[in-house]
Every structure is written in structure tokens, then in C-alpha cells.
Design a protein around this ligand. Structure first.
Ligand code: FES
Length: 112
């Protein structure tokens, strides 16, 4: 079973498999949601759940408290949809939208 995820305010959409985290599905679809740890610790992926329902997997309370969850906040790295959902999140540029740059570097030390 798949669920439709709509990101506001951009209106971009992607599908999320049952049991899949919203962030994982977004990355697979090339939708650039922000994230850091991908395991519920940092809060970088935090946004709002505007419509629908999700269940959060294991996460740190400092990243998302029960009170925040009641206010509609969600951690998309560990949020698993149970219905089509509409979320509010800032978007970063998608993979492939960053120009590839070649920069000169020097290896100062290498330990094997
Ligand atoms: S990416 Fe760190 S809490 Fe979601």
C-alpha cells in the first residue's frame, strides 16, 4: 500500500510505501526535505503535519516532545504515514540541482 505525500507550500508530491519513513520516500523521489541524523535525534527534519496521520518511530524527546506532536509537529525521518498526508516543510534543493564543483585539495595526513 502506498500513500500520497504533498509538501506545502511548494505543492510537490511523492508516494510513500507503507512502513516507510516520509524522509526516506522524499529522498527516493528527489524531494529535498532537510535532515541531519536521520534517526530522530537532531530535529533537523522537523515540520508540520497539516492533514492525515503518522506514527513516529523511536526518537529523542528533545527533537519532538509529546506536546509538540499534539501541536501538529512531526519528525519526518521517523514518521510513518497511515493515510495520504499533507506536510509543511521547507525544502532544500534536490539532488542533482547542486552544481558539481572541482576544488583543489591537499591530503595532509593519511592513517591506514
Ligand atoms: S533528521 Fe535528525 S531528527 Fe530527523
Amino acid at each position: 500500500m502506498t500513500f500520497q505525500v504533498t509538501v506545502q507550500p511548494s505543492g510537490r508530491q511523492f508516494t510513500c510505501e507503507e512502513g516507510e519513513a516520509v524522509l526516506t520516500a522524499a529522498i527516493r523521489a528527489g524531494v529535498g526535505l532537510p535532515y541531519g541524523c536521520k534517526n530522530g535525534a537532531c530535529g533537523s527534519c522537523r515540520g508540520k503535519l497539516l492533514e492525515g496521520s503518522v506514527t513516529h518511530g523511536v526518537h529523542q524527546v528533545r527533537a519532538l516532545s509529546a506536546a509538540d506532536e499534539e501541536k501538529g509537529f512531526s519528525l519526518f525521518c521517523c514518521a510513518h504515514p497511515h493515510s495520504d498526508i499533507v506536510i509543511e516543510a521547507r525544502e532544500v534543493l534536490g539532488v542533482g540541482e547542486f552544481p558539481i564543483k572541482k576544488l583543489p585539495t591537499r591530503v595532509a595526513k593519511l592513517d591506514r
